[in-house]
Design a protein around this ligand. Structure first.
Ligand SMILES: NC(=O)c1ccc[n+]([C@@H]2O[C@H](COP(=O)([O-])OP(=O)(O)OC[C@H]3O[C@@H](n4cnc5c(N)ncnc54)[C@H](O)[C@@H]3O)[C@@H](O)[C@H]2O)c1
Length: 440
């Protein structure tokens, strides 16, 4: 039994009985599904998002996040279970506060934890005895203890006795219908055993399995390692794709056959590059922190170089495919299918599609795009409006470039109507070798 003290025991009871109020700071891809999950479980939830336009829309029950559709959000808001505000003062009533703010990179790929600092200052202003605070934003090991703890202890509150502090990395995969929030095990590290116990208790109310670890630093490192693992393995298959092309063999067939090995192998897919808020950034949090400790991370740098070179590689594939047809990129009409960084979502943050479209435009191509989830996009300072996939005259383009394998982009229609296809996702793979289809 972990000794909790009077304040901790009271909080534990409130969490177990769902009588507690949960505050969520940052209502984006991570925070909104979490806030909705607590509200659905019967907790009173106060969500705070510093973006006034976003919080005003959320307060009307309108969701910008695919994983929490508006028809699921609206009843939670209308019933008063989920209250949305734009300033942290609203968190004064919250028993437990979870911070889910962005952690981008600065100009030299160093961690930018300014959102965490701002959120922590806001929470510090309302922190009262008997409260639990959990940081979920992906960040470098040490952030919880070095950045949050001093701010919360400033007024004389003692961690583990008067208030409780933990780190629990978010692992959701937006758009993934199989592995939703409740089914993904939640790693939790506390500043003290009581902190960890209370954070475990919080998450057990909405998540099937909670995995306690010894410290907040371990919990922070777990997330960075997971995403570095993905980034490095994606870089490896991207490099395999480059090598297979040189050697004149289909990389997708190699990967598919390798994946039949029942142990010791895990399939990763090559593609036009990595995007989103996590993979392009998270490994740099680790290499930055490691560099401060005197060790230069090598795999992370290699993976960054290979993954970062993929958009250029795709542009070369397009150029070569057009060249085979005796056409130049300059003046060609190209339709890019998908600008979101992955299938099933409308997130274009760091999407390699943007770099590819911009490079093709710079070479003189006339590029249009279709993406059912992204109605407009700004590329190289120019605003583009999406072409409707259903109505698009695929045969009118010199080349159709598939960048995101959204389910809507039906492969049969693509290969039967388009004159020339570059498929960076093997979406057309099941249709076999076709003379007018070039695959990564
Ligand atoms: N998107 C993912 O798939 C994913 C998965 C796992 C972990 N993460 C991590 O979770 C964290 C959040 O990512 P996200 O994708 O939800 O970001 P996001 O940009 O979708 O949402 C963050 C929200 O926080 C708000 N915000 C910023 N500063 C604030 C403040 N001081 N107070 C209140 N609100 C504030 C922003 O307005 C925004 O709406 C990041 O550290 C990210 O690396 C993201």
């Amino acid at each position: 039994m972990t000794p909790l003290g009077a304040l901790g025991s009271r909080l534990e009871e409130r969490l177990r009985t769902h009588a507690a109020t949960v505050g969520v700071v940052g209502l984006g891809y991570v925070g909104l599904p979490l806030a909705a999950a607590f509200a659905r479980a019967g907790f009173a939830v106060i969500g705070v998002d510093a973006d006034p336009a976003r919080s005003a829309r959320l307060a009307r029950g309108i969701s910008p996040v695919e994983d929490v559709p508006t028809d699921e959000l609206r009843p939670l808001v209308e019933s008063g279970r989920l209250v949305v505000r734009s300033t942290p003062e609203a968190l004064g009533e919250a028993d437990a506060i979870v911070i889910c703010v962005p952690t981008p990179l600065g100009k030299s790929k160093e961690p930018d934890i300014s959102f965490i600092v701002a959120a922590a200052e806001g929470v510090a202003g309302v922190l009262r005895p008997g409260r639990l605070v959990v940081l979920e934003s992906t960040t470098y090991p040490g952030t919880t203890d070095e950045v949050l703890l001093p701010r919360f202890s400033r007024g004389g509150l003692r961690v583990g006795e008067d208030f409780f502090l933990a780190f629990s990395p978010e692992r959701i995969d937006p758009g993934n219908r199989t592995w939703g929030l409740a089914r993904i095990p939640k790693v939790v590290g506390g500043v003290t055993p009581a902190c960890r116990h209370l954070a475990e208790t919080l998450y057990r109310q909405i998540i099937d399995r909670v995995v306690p670890v010894s410290t907040t630093q371990v919990a922070e490192m777990v997330k960075l390692f997971e995403n570095t693992f993905r980034s490095v393995n994606i870089a490896l298959v991207n490099e395999l794709a480059i090598m297979c092309r040189r050697l004149g063999m289909p990389v997708w067939e190699v990967i598919g056959a390798a994946a039949t090995k029942p142990f010791g192998y895990m399939a990763f897919q090559p593609g036009p590059g990595i995007g989103g808020h996590c993979l392009p950034s998270d490994p740099h949090y680790l290499s930055w922190r490691s560099r401060l400790a005197g060790y230069e991370a090598k795999f992370i740098a290699f993976a960054d170089e290979i993954n970062g070179g993929m958009p250029r590689y795709v542009v070369d594939l397009v150029r070569d495919a057009l060249n085979e047809q005796s056409r130049a990129v300059k003046g060609s009409r190209i339709l890019a299918l998908g600008v979101a960084y992955k299938a099933g979502v409308g997130d274009i943050r760091d999407s390699p599609a943007l770099e590819i479209i911009e490079s093709l435009q710079a070479l003189g191509a006339r590029v249009e795009y279709a993406d059912p989830r992204v109605p407009q996009v700004t590329v190289g300072g120019h605003r583009l409006e999406a072409v409707e996939w259903e109505k698009a005259d695929l045969g009118a383009y010199d080349l159709v470039l598939l960048l995101t394998a959204h389910a809507e982009f039906e492969p049969k229609r693509l290969v039967s109507e388009a004159r020339l296809v570059v498929d960076t996702r093997n979406a057309t793979g099941a249709l076999g070798e076709l003379p007018h289809v070039v695959r990564l």
